[in-house]
Every structure is written in structure tokens, then in C-alpha cells.
Design a protein around this ligand. Structure first.
Ligand code: ADP
Ligand code: F6P
Length: 498
């Protein structure tokens, strides 16, 4: 076979979703980031369909071969909902909740990783030119080693999309050595930030006496070397900018601007996950409205929460808590005849509508307690920069994105009491940050965008608009191409070209 080396992605989920109208390409960061690379290499994707139905091998709109790994409901409950989501997820997010240690879940995790290895091996074996096998995320940490032991001839890459915790936390796992050894089956191991990569290397040094760590490389007793690197995932800025220009997005944005009038709009867009700090954000707003009666009726928080992992009790609980807080704040602070302070939507939303909210919002609040990267922050920056908006990104210092979006207002979401107001920043920060927001992300690209300078984070700041909205800053003030969009491609590096 000639042409570019094929890439086979192996991830927990296939990049497709079952909708009432049939199977469709799924949205989400991983698909968006990988799609251009995979389509250019005639790639394949191995994963679980998330449905009881057998998925097709091809889905219109995705030029990829899909190979489903069938998982029984018992395996899904123990491997995915159990070990992946209730043991590894909270542990890797710095114990925002206590992880549950359950041996039967671990056995299921081993079994599921073996099933993924079998499916990937079946795809690799018939090919004369071995593809690159690219394993993703915390669900499949044992897989690189299983592939190698199964006789794979391929180059194996592993990427972790979550944070990697400090070794002292990781050490709590009874299976810490097995997980590290599993990952070290890869030739190259990637992380979003230098901090996660350094945590991984320190964990190898302290917990695996048989290996030695030299710089960014782990040397194994069998003579192999495993390199580690930092590759922050990003968004497809070119696609987003194209979409912002669509008449539908402009129409929606204009309608939203009319609805919200002169109020300061703050925006939260998150999967409804306890790591995202949605409750802390709501409490900060409540404190602000409690202390500043003059602001009641002048600020609105639009919170868009995407349903997530609702089979798990903790996710149902966080939903109840968020909805109670929204009800309490609206009950306390809605002035007769005026709009509510929190407009809450619990649903998945088409990208075009999300973009309208990004264009509308004066402030985006990304207040994760811990977050591997956070693409919402980058999407907001791209939208504001493309339309020369003056929006402010308030970004948790515990989100991976804070390492790159150095012009954002950093916050500590644990410091609710420290909520304060400030005047909005009018510097062209968005343009500068956009550079980081739209860098390419691929296994072959090497630049690291880690910014070493740390600024002192503020308490969670809620910023206020100091002047009314006018057509001058709207970016969508006239029909046709949004202001500032033309030529944005010249200023912003596109995800593919840099
Ligand atoms: P995570 O990977 O933890 O879900 P990210 O912020 O990195 O968090 O990525 C979330 C992605 O999901 C973003 O691309 C965002 O646009 C999208 N998203 C978030 N909320 C919604 C929603 N309500 N409807 C549709 N897409 C959403
Ligand atoms: O951020 C980690 C992640 O696993 C993403 O890859 C995924 O899009 C998101 O969380 C949702 O997770 P799940 O597949 O469990 O619904």
C-alpha cells in the first residue's frame, strides 16, 4: 500500500452518535481534533458505540473505517461507569470526589482493554504496511502494553486527555504499577501540559523501580525507550470562523442581543460534570448579587449544561444541586417584571447556536475545579477574536487551557468568598490568545505551547460591563460578513497550516 501511513485511533467511544434520524458523526473535542489528521491518512477508528445497536462500518460525513468493540452491559457498568468514571476520573481530577476502589471493576477494566486489543490486532494484522496505532485516554491505559505483547509491528502512541495527578495521589491506586507499565507499552506518550507529563514521569520514577527516567524519556529493563511529550489539544479555528459567518449564526446572535439588551451577559458552557465548578460559579454569582443590590437586573448568567453520564449517581446529584442553586438564585434576585439572573439550559445544543452565545457573551466563565484542557475556553477566544469582540475569558488556573491562554483573567474557583467585581478589560487579549487557541494538534507536530510564566490568580472575579452595547463592538452589526471576520484567517494561524 502506498500513500500516507494509516492511523488507527483506539478510543473508548466511536466518533458517532445514534440519533432518531440514524447514526451521525459525534461532536466533541476528540473528534474535532483528530478528524483532519485521520481523513488525510484514510484512517480507522476502533471503539465502543455507546448503544445496544450494531453501528455501521461507515457513516456519511466521516471518511473513516469504523470498527466497533461490542461491550456487554455488565462490562459497561464495571469497566466504563465503574473503574473509568468512578475510580480513575475523580482520582485524575485531584479527588474532587473520592474515588471508589473495587476489585471487580478492575478485573472488568482488564477484560475490556483485552477486547480493545483484540479488535485493534484484527485490524492491524492483514495490513502489509503497519499503521500507527494511536490509543486515547484513561479508559485504555493497559492497551499499549497488550498491543505490544500481542506482537504488534506498529508504532504505538498514547495520549491522555485528562490531567495526570501528582504521584502521591496516583499511588493510592492498588494497580498503579500495572497502569504505568500498560502505558509504557507505547513508543510515545502525550499529555496536554508539561505539568501532567512531569507528574507521569515522577510517578514512573517513584513507583517503578525497574525503570530509569532521563529527561523526557523512560528507559525500560528490556532496552526500550519511551518518549513523553506535551501536545495541548485545540479547536478547528478555521471551521469555527467559517461557521460564524453563516447567516443563521448572525441571525441568532442578533436575536439574542435584542433579548438581552444592555444587560451584561456571562456565559457557562459545560458538560454537567462535578469537575467543571458550575456550583462554585453559581455561588459566586449569588454572593455578588447579595452584596451589590445595584447589579440585580443588570447581569445575567446563561448556563448551558450538556447532559452527561446520567447513569451515575454523582452526576444525577450534581444536576439536582445545580438546579436547586439556579432556582434559589432566581427566587431570591428576580425583580418584578425583570429578567431572571440565571438562564439555565440542560441540553445538548447545535454548534451554530453555541457560537451565537459565544459571540453574545461579555464574559465566559470557565471555572473548572480541575480540567485536562477545556475547549470551551478556546472556542470562546476564537469567536471573540474573529469578530474583534472585547469579551473577557475568566479561566480557572486548574484548567490545562490556562497554560496557553495567558491573556485570560485567571481565577481560583475554590475561592468563592473572594468574588469581586472589576471593570472589563478592553485590551486586544482575545487576538493574542487566539494564537494558542488554534494551533494544530497531531502526533507528528512537536511544538509545546507551555507558558512557564505563572501569574497570581485572582479570586473568582465577575466582571461588569462598563458601557452599553453598541454596534461598534458587536461584530455582527450589519448583515453579511461579521465585522472583523474578513481577514481573520490572515491574522490567526489555522489549525492545519502552522
Ligand atoms: P470535556 O471534554 O470535559 O467535555 P471540553 O470543554 O474540553 O470538556 O469540551 C467540551 C466540548 O463539548 C466543546 O467542544 C463544547 O463546545 C461542547 N459542548 C459543551 N456543552 C455543550 C452543549 N450543551 N451542547 C453541545 N456541545 C457542547
Ligand atoms: O474529557 C474526557 C472525556 O472522556 C472526553 O473524551 C469525552 O468527550 C467526555 O469526557 C465525555 O465522556 P463520556 O464518553 O464518558 O461521555
Amino acid at each position: 500500500m502506498t500513500g500516507p501511513t494509516q492511523i488507527v485511533v483506539i478510543a473508548n467511544r466511536l466518533p458517532i452518535a445514534r440519533t432518531p434520524g440514524g447514526w451521525r458523526p459525534a461532536s466533541g473535542g476528540l473528534v474535532t481534533a483528530l478528524r483532519p489528521v485521520l481523513e488525510a491518512s484514510r484512517g480507522a477508528w476502533v471503539g465502543w458505540s455507546g448503544s445496544k445497536e450494531e453501528p455501521p462500518a461507515h457513516v456519511s460525513g466521516l471518511s473513516l473505517d469504523l470498527r466497533a468493540v461490542p461491550l456487554s452491559p455488565r462490562l459497561v457498568a464495571a469497566y466504563y461507569q465503574g473503574f473509568s468514571n468512578q475510580t480513575l476520573w475523580p482520582l485524575f481530577h485531584d479527588l474532587v470526589h473520592q474515588p471508589i476502589i473495587d476489585r471487580s471493576w478492575w478485573e472488568a477494566y482488564e477484560g475490556a482493554n483485552e477486547l480493545f486489543a483484540g479488535a485493534a490486532g484484527a485490524l492491524e494484522r492483514p495490513r502489509r504496511q503497519p499503521p500507527v496505532l494511536w490509543v486515547h485516554d484513561y479508559h485504555l491505559m493497559l492497551l499499549p502494553r497488550l498491543l505490544r505483547r500481542g506482537g504488534s509491528r506498529s508504532r504505538i502512541l498514547y495520549f491522555l486527555h485528562t490531567p495526570f495527578p501528582a504521584p502521591e495521589l496516583f499511588a493510592r491506586l492498588p494497580w498503579r504499577a500495572e497502569l504505568l507499565q500498560g502505558v509504557l507499552g507505547a513508543d510515545l506518550v502525550g499529555f496536554h501540559t508539561d505539568m501532567y507529563r512531569e507528574n507521569f514521569l515522577r510517578a514512573c520514577r517513584y513507583l517503578l523501580p525497574e525503570v530509569s527516567v532521563e529527561g523526557d524519556t523512560v528507559r525500560l529493563p528490556d532496552g526500550r525507550s519511551v518518549r513523553s511529550s506535551t501536545h495541548p489539544i485545540s479547536v478547528d479555528a478555521r471551521e469555527l470562523i467559517k461557521k460564524i459567518g453563516e447567516p443563521r449564526v448572525q441571525r441568532q446572535t442578533r436575536r439574542l442581543r435584542e433579548q438581552f439588551g444592555s444587560r451584561t451577559v456571562m456565559l457557562g458552557v459545560d458538560r454537567l460534570d462535578y469537575t467543571k465548578g458550575i456550583l462554585q460559579r453559581l455561588r459566586a454569582l449569588e454572593l455578588l448579587l447579595e452584596r451589590r443590590a445595584d447589579l440585580r437586573g443588570r447581569v445575567t448568567l446563561v448556563q448551558i449544561a450538556e447532559p452527561s453520564r446520567y447513569e451515575e449517581p454523582r452526576y444525577r446529584q450534581i444536576r439536582v444541586e445545580v438546579e436547586q442553586a439556579v432556582g434559589r438564585i432566581n427566587g431570591r434576585f428576580t425583580e418584578p417584571g425583570r429578567a431572571v439572573p440565571v438562564r439555565y439550559m440542560y441540553r445538548s445544543m447545535p454548534l451554530s447556536r453555541l457560537l451565537s452565545y459565544y459571540l453574545l457573551a461579555d464574559v465566559a466563565l470557565v471555572t473548572s475545579l480541575k480540567d485536562g484542557m477545556n475547549l470551551v475556553a478556546k472556542e470562546y477566544v476564537v469567536c471573540q477574536a474573529a469578530t474583534q469582540g472585547s469579551g473577557v475569558l475568566v479561566l480557572s488556573e486548574f484548567a490545562g487551557a490556562s497554560q496557553e491562554l495567558t491573556q485570560a483573567v485567571l481565577c481560583n474557583p475554590f475561592d468563592e468568598e473572594g468574588s469581586r467585581t472589576g471593570s472589563r478589560r478592553r485590551s486586544p487579549w482575545a487576538k493574542q490568545s487566539a494564537g494558542a487557541a488554534c494551533r494544530p494538534w497531531a502526533p507528528t507536530s512537536t511544538p509545546t505551547m507551555f507558558s512557564r510564566g505563572r501569574r497570581r490568580p485572582s479570586p473568582m472575579p465577575l466582571l461588569l460591563k462598563s458601557e452599553p452595547k453598541g454596534p461598534d463592538r458587536s461584530g455582527c452589526s450589519s448583515p453579511g460578513t461579521p465585522r472583523g471576520l474578513r481577514g481573520a484567517g490572515d491574522r490567526l494561524p489555522t489549525p492545519l497550516s502552522e
